[in-house]
Write a protein that binds this ligand. Structure first.
Ligand code: ZN
Length: 313
């Protein structure tokens, strides 16, 4: 094996979501009793900060697509009020209400508030991250870091489950209605012509196998839908047309390990980060953050050690 197997590789780390004060708005927040709230955006950033030095040690040049709990976009929900109103009217809500009554309000998705927030934290934020990736960072690879969850119901009284699993996503599996949009069709074709897929899929398989080995998690099975397609050889990788996997103009590996509201993962998140191993729920574990980061590193090393040797031959 090469001494620095990732030498010269430009990796951009994209910790999913925002966390911090935005976590509740993003609906990436839950709290059990008075324990530490679980905020996906904070967890992914913590993983990224462990990953960066490990990758640098192996020779990679690492950048962050996000390295704080503040948005990348300069826009805020209020900037989208007019647009939200137009969207709601076009979608058959002639007089959309301004505000959500409470978080369990079944009609909340038809309010200007909810629409403006989603345009902010999903569309505007991810499009701004794409500008950063495509025009500033120019990486060879983007790693999108997420943790998965099962429906937790009331975020202040969440359901904890025994289910835990792992999957990774690459871009693909476009729906007919998505391809009716000129921009999505264009972005799909640009991706196909760039042949990012040729590297993206074996890379995702390699990272998936390392993560499966080190976490022991079974593959997630999507409910039958045509918006996802199982691809590759590991059994853990799906194609799905997400904004980030479509817009970033380079191979993108999108990781979805761990069910945050599974009993074991929840307990491990509460314990936080530590060196070595500790007994959590009667099993010796590395910290969940280190296990995540280490397994991604090992997957990349597996892939690039092989890919680069065969290229040198
Ligand atoms: Zn996520």
């Amino acid at each position: 094996m090469l001494e620095k197997p990732l030498s010269g590789l430009k990796v951009a780390l994209d910790p999913g979501h925002l966390g911090g004060n935005w976590a509740k708005m993003e609906e990436r927040w839950f709290q059990v009793g008075d324990t530490k709230p679980v905020q996906e955006g904070d967890l992914t950033l913590q993983v990224a900060r462990l990953l960066a030095p490990r990758l640098r040690q192996l020779g990679a040049k690492v950048s962050y697509v996000r390295n704080s709990d503040e948005p990348t976009t300069a826009k805020r929900p209020d900037d989208f009020r007019e647009l939200s109103k137009k969207i709601l009217i076009k979608n058959g809500v002639p007089q959309p209400r301004a505000e959500v009554l409470d978080s369990s309000d079944p009609a909340k998705e038809q309010t200007i508030r909810w629409q403006s927030e989603i345009l902010f934290y999903r569309y505007s934020e991810i499009r701004r991250r794409a500008v950063r990736v495509n025009f500033k960072l120019h990486p060879d690879l983007v790693l999108c870091l997420h943790l998965n969850a099962e429906g937790w119901g009331d975020p202040k009284n969440p359901t904890l489950t025994d289910t835990d699993h792992l999957h990774l996503l690459v871009n693909g599996s476009y729906l007919a209605e998505e391809m009716e949009f000129d921009d999505e069709r264009f972005e799909m074709i640009r991706r196909l012509l760039s042949r990012a897929f040729d590297e993206e899929l074996p890379l995702a398989d390699s990272v998936a196998l390392a993560m499966a080995r080190e976490t022991g998690l079974p593959p997630y099975q999507y409910p039958t839908t045509n918006s996802t397609t199982k691809v590759g050889t590991s059994g853990y990788v799906y194609a799905r047309n997400l904004l980030a996997t479509r817009l970033y103009r380079c191979p993108v590996v999108y990781c979805e390990p761990y069910v945050m509201n599974s009993k074991d993962v929840f307990a491990r998140i509460q314990v936080g980060d530590y060196e070595g191993t500790r007994n959590v729920n009667r099993v010796e574990h590395k910290s969940i953050f280190r296990e995540y980061a280490d397994s991604v590193v090992d997957g990349l090393v597996d892939y690039y050690s092989k890919a680069r040797c065969s290229r040198d031959r």
